[in-house]
Design a protein around this ligand. Structure first.
Ligand code: FE2
Length: 354
């Protein structure tokens, strides 16, 4: 039997039969079978979408005038994928993206929640996020984790607006009926920073004479400074001139696990003039341009081509091939990638096609 042979429709059934089923909370599978189990390629409401920072920024700054932080708690414009409807506030099936504004002197109060979040700092200096008592300074390109269940709050001691990109697994956790938050007191900041304690690759802090060996904390690093990630990418590019891709993944340095449980985070460098072809994979991916100029080609569901300027963001649905071209022949480009790969790997769904 052909796998795309047409199946019986709801309209083919007698009305009294359909009514009798519905009255008993029963539904026939065959009219909907192809929709939930389509042949070869999944149905993906996620569309390829580009959000230009040049479009977002004036509207976000206006939100700063229109809505005081006390009335917003988090002053965010959500990057919503129309394929899921704007009301659902999701970029893909598992990824939420929001551009958040904090003005000088503002404070976004302490809370914690079940969804995992990260912040990718987009512009401004002087803001900080306190996570689990650790004060994390925020500069352009820094990645700051606020994993599930950890208290976090934001403050701003600088003199110009600060903007960052929030990336959360909120749509998935909400779908699982597991999403909630708790408000807390202002956190007491403890001394020390996880990123300083883990600055040198391969060296992790241990107690004297080690006990059971290196620590195995789940979140030993909460801030990944961009200056370190950028330098590591450049060193990798120099060390492996013959290798096409230059990518780093944000991990827990004590265990090697992905930095968070559900979404994966990566930093990619495109050499001057380089074009990188990424094969179709099951997870959706978000590309945020930290530095340079990149043309992104996404081949499915409909072919789309986006010219990414600095601080622009786009999303590619799963099972679509992506081409990233560094539009500058004389300078590297740096891209932050968020994807659903840890989730797909844990569920045994991770797939790549050539
Ligand atoms: Fe939060």
């Amino acid at each position: 039997m052909q796998d795309d042979a047409p199946l019986g429709r709801l309209e083919d059934l007698p009305a009294d039969y359909v009514q009798a089923m519905r009255a008993r909370n029963l539904v026939p599978l065959w009219p909907s079978l192809r929709a939930v189990l389509p042949p070869k390629v999944p149905t993906r409401p996620t569309q390829a979408v580009h959000w230009a920072y040049g479009d977002i920024r004036p509207l976000l700054m206006r939100a700063g005038d229109l809505t005081p932080i006390e009335k917003a708690e988090r002053r965010v414009l959500v990057l919503a994928n129309p394929g899921h409807t704007l009301e659902k506030m999701q970029a893909s099936s598992a990824i939420y993206l929001g551009m958040q504004l904090l003005l000088p002197g503002e404070w976004a109060p302490s809370h914690r929640h079940t969804p995992n979040a990260v912040r990718m700092v987009v512009e401004g200096e002087g803001a900080w996020t306190t996570v689990d008592g650790e004060k994390c300074p925020m500069s352009r390109g820094d990645l700051i984790l606020t994993p599930t269940g950890l208290w976090h709050e934001h403050g701003h001691d600088g003199d110009a607006p600060v903007v960052w990109l929030d990336v959360l697994d909120l749509p998935l956790v909400h779908y699982l009926e597991a999403s909630y938050h708790l408000n807390g007191e202002r956190q007491k900041q403890r001394p020390g920073r996880g990123d300083r304690a883990h600055t040198r690759a391969g060296l992790v802090p241990t107690p004297v004479f080690g006990g059971d060996g290196p620590g195995r904390r789940r979140y030993p690093v909460l801030r990944y400074p961009w200056v370190e990630a950028r330098a590591a990418l450049q060193a990798l590019a120099e060390d492996r001139p013959e290798q096409e891709a230059v990518q780093l993944t944000y991990v827990n340095p004590e265990t090697g696990e992905d930095a968070e449980n559900i979404l994966g985070f990566h930093a990619l460098m495109l050499r001057p003039g380089q074009t990188l072809r990424l094969p179709p994979r099951s997870p959706a991916s978000v590309f945020h341009l930290i530095e340079g100029a990149v043309e992104a080609g996404i081949d499915a569901p409909q072919p789309r081509r986006f010219a990414l300027a600095e601080a622009d963001t786009c999303v590619a649905p799963g099972f679509s091939a992506v081409t990233l071209r560094n539009a500058r022949p004389d300078a590297p480009a740096f891209v932050f990638i968020a994807d659903e790969s840890p989730l797909h790997r844990k569920l045994g769904l991770l797939e790549q096609r050539d």
